[in-house]
Design a protein around this ligand. Sequence first.
Ligand SMILES: Cc1ncc(COP(=O)(O)O)c(C=O)c1O
Length: 398
Amino acid sequence: MIKLAQRVQAVKPSPTLSLNAKAKALAAKGVDVVSFAAGEPDFDTPAFVKESAKRALDAGFTKYTASAGIPELRAAICDKLQKDNALGYTPEQVLVSCGAKHSLYNIFQALLSPGDEVVIFAPYWVSYPDMVRLADGVPVIVETRPEEGYVPDPTRLKNALTSRTRAVVLNSPSNPTGASLDKKALQSIAEAVAGHDCLLITDDIYEKLLYTAAPFCNIANAQPSLFARTVVVNGLSKAYAMTGWRVGYAAGPKELIAAMQLIQDQSTSNVTSFVQKAAVTALQGPTDELQTMVKAFKERRALLVNGLNKLPGVTCPMPDGAFYVFPDVRGLLGKRHQGIEVSGSLKLSEILLDDYQLAAVPGLPFGAEGFLRLSFAASRETIEKGLQRLQAFVSALT
Ligand SMILES: Cc1ncc(COP(=O)(O)O)c(C=O)c1O
């Protein structure tokens, strides 16, 4: 028997990836699966981005590059952060990695010593706590509540901060709730962390998928004095429908970025060379396809939320951004389906997939039992069909 490292035993497999895999395997067998499990846009990567990658390939741009990213991409990211976010960075403050996920992984690896703590707000993206554990850190979970719009309560946050707190993770708009934090909410977080020497990690991956009138704002915008201890994480996956290309980045304090680069130098090295060229083109290119996608998501969001709120036992707030809704299904738990108790969100998700061919991610792994995460990165027809299946399930409960 192979004796695996202890840190591996503390880590759970990603439930979203495994549910997606199960739904895809059923679909491959010819089962008519409706999937609300997607964590990626159902739109294709813009053609001008693909063309750019093809040009780079044809020009022979296929060799190793600088590990931190090609200079023109790091410069394009600095331009983007200045133009869109009013944040001034130099290229040495930017590290290009294999997706925002890899950027986050590098941050935790560079930042944490055994026992160091990272504050994560629940409901959270499933990977944060496990990435912290993989770096021998301790995730400290701070609850946020639907009735408070998932805005972190400053007192609860303050109570979670200790001398071991190395970072607080912020994710707005959020996966899984879709909630966004406005300037006021971010300022109250800034006040709560004021006396603590911790890093603020702002995961802005859903920045462009925001349906509110108020513009996007992160912690460094809301409280400029925190800029020096903020690291911005972003990427091209969601805004440019480029999930499979694997390109993301972090921008932050030079010494942190240098330490992250060291880890990357000794592990993955550079992001795929020709993908980096295409990323420059994407960042500098037109945004009409993004706008088309945002318009479609906004319409589908309304369709899904309205449909869900018609189901007895289900309450669903309107998310501000991303492409997820996070309905409260506590009204369905404890009921029976064909004699079997719907004991929790895992059971609910299992019944929906097995008996209704509907893939919906349970809330439990996001730190929110009694909820489901449904993605509206799906066609209107898919959403309507999924709602019918949910209706059939709810009607069958006793
Ligand atoms: C909150 C959040 N952060 C980061 C990521 C990672 O994105 P990528 O690694 O594709 O850039 C995701 C993807 O689902 C996400 O939901």
